[in-house]
Design a protein around this ligand. Structure first.
Ligand SMILES: [Zn+2]
Length: 217
């Protein structure tokens, strides 16, 4: 019997110091490049996706998007790099929204049809443009390959989004969380952490949750 599987093959491209959004202080990082491979007997044989870059903090082990290394977030005097091409461009709101949705979807390790249906409906309601299954699927694979965590992502996204956009992000995340029926206590606790990272007031959070319900029917 052939044992076929898949794995992410990651290599380090760059090392240095950065201001870690999670640790809140200067920490060592590794800029890593990961690519999914099809494996045969646990040996990577065929690359099955594109390259994904992510920044890993050596202190807290959290992963962040490469944008975290931009000059705005680097402590002065420790600039060892960064000559990003293209990737360093600020993400649009649509990209951040899609990523936030994908992160919630992959959080529990399995993506359900209900989540896919709801994700597309939420996105279309907010952006007023259709979202293809393909792009949604690609984004889910990308955030997994990046080993991106929801809170790490939000800590960088919060810096480039305005207040109204942040409210829409939390609304979408809440909506996806409720796709499989109710929201568990653990999920709710992490949504509240998201709300705090985004700097959204409790009343606004409640209002956002209420207005999400109209999209769920
Ligand atoms: Zn850290």
């Amino acid at each position: 019997m052939l044992l076929i599987g898949s794995m992410n093959w990651a290599t380090t491209r760059l090392k240095g110091n950065f201001l870690c959004p999670h640790c809140g202080k200067n920490s060592n990082f590794r800029l890593r490049v990961s690519r999914p491979f099809l494996t045969l007997y646990f040996i990577p044989v065929i690359p099955i996706g594109g390259l994904t870059e992510f920044v890993e903090c050596r202190g807290c082990k959290n992963s962040f998007e490469p944008i975290v290394l931009s000059s705005l977030m680097m402590p002065t005097g420790s600039n060892t790099l960064v000559t990003e091409t293209g990737d360093g461009v600020e993400a649009s709101f649509e990209e951040d929204l899609l990523k936030a949705i994908a992160l919630i979807m992959v959080e529990d390790g399995q993506v359900t049809e209900d989540e896919i249906r709801l994700a597309r409906r939420l996105y279309e309601n907010i952006v007023e443009e259709p979202l293809s299954r393909e792009l949604l699927g690609k984004t889910c694979s990308a955030v997994r390959a990046q080993q991106l965590r929801t809170l790490s992502f939000l800590s960088t996204a919060a810096k480039r989004r305005n207040h109204e956009e942040k409210q829409l992000l939390i609304q979408a995340m809440f909506g996806i969380s409720s796709a499989d029926g109710g929201i568990t206590a653990g999920r709710m606790a992490s949504l509240i952490q998201c709300q705090q990272i985004l700097g959204i007031h409790e009343d606004e959070f409640k209002r956002a949750i209420e207005s999400t319900e109209q999209w769920l029917v």
